[in-house]
Write a protein that binds this ligand. Structure first.
Ligand SMILES: CC(C)(COP(=O)(O)OP(=O)(O)OC[C@H]1O[C@@H](n2cnc3c(N)ncnc32)[C@H](O)[C@@H]1OP(=O)(O)O)[C@@H](O)C(=O)NCCC(=O)NCCS
Length: 188
């Protein structure tokens, strides 16, 4: 069974400045600008990409129903990606987001994520949306709070990506946030 909400027939979502759409294999060059930036991928669960890997990733994303390209309408440039995937069997979905370094701090991430969330809840198939954020990734959990997510807890020393100079894990504390359909309906 296909658990993805917006499976094969996803209709692009337009906002004032953005278009949220399926990835195309031709998005490789734009995606490379995002994924080859060490600052952008620092808190992501993967390493910095080479341009060639990013081109290949755009081809993978074009086949996936979990990743969405965020295109700047005027420039027709992909400036970010959203991840939205069904987790388990109880109408819970996980949200993720990654934006081009030069297009952060302009409200684009909020505009894109808010539109996807609205559309997801309007479908009637989504009950709960969760998101994880490293405690040190202030921009990420600020975004979640601006979107109306509630902090549900902290997973201490949950994971690590980097080692210190002695080869020991640099443990990361992970915050868990969630938003319910009923929160959205009540405007929280
Ligand atoms: C996490 C991430 C998506 C947050 O992006 P962001 O650019 O901070 O979020 P927004 O686009 O909503 O921008 C918010 C800021 O834009 C400002 N802003 C400027 N113009 C705006 C507008 N027209 N509308 C709304 N906000 C606007 C807001 O005031 C806010 O400022 P603040 O950060 O000083 O509070 C981004 O930092 C990112 O891609 N990081 C790398 C990947 C990553 O770490 N992902 C999460 C892994 S868990």
């Amino acid at each position: 069974m296909n658990h993805e909400l917006f499976s094969d027939d996803f209709t692009p979502i337009g906002t004032d400045r953005l278009l949220i759409r399926r990835f195309l294999p031709s998005d490789g060059a734009d995606l490379a600008e995002i994924l080859t930036d060490p600052k952008v991928v620092h808190f992501e669960p993967y390493d910095v990409f080479t341009p060639e890997q990013a081109v290949h990733e755009a081809e993978n994303f074009a086949q996936s129903s979990c990743f969405y390209a965020v295109e700047l309408r005027e420039e027709r440039k992909v400036i970010g990606k959203l991840y939205f995937q069904h987790i388990g069997n109880f109408g819970t979905y996980e949200l993720g987001y990654t934006f081009h370094g030069a297009y952060q701090g302009m409200g684009y991430a909020k505009e894109a994520a808010a539109a996807l969330i609205r559309s997801a809840f309007e479908s009637g198939k989504v009950r709960r949306i969760i998101a994880y954020s490293d405690e040190a990734n202030t921009r990420s959990w600020n975004l979640l709070e601006h979107l109306g997510f509630q902090r549900e807890g902290e997973l201490r020393e949950y994971t690590y990506k980097f080692l210190d100079e002695d080869g020991q894990p640099l443990w990361q504390n992970m915050l868990i946030y969630a938003m319910l359909a009923s929160d959205a309906a009540s405007g929280q």
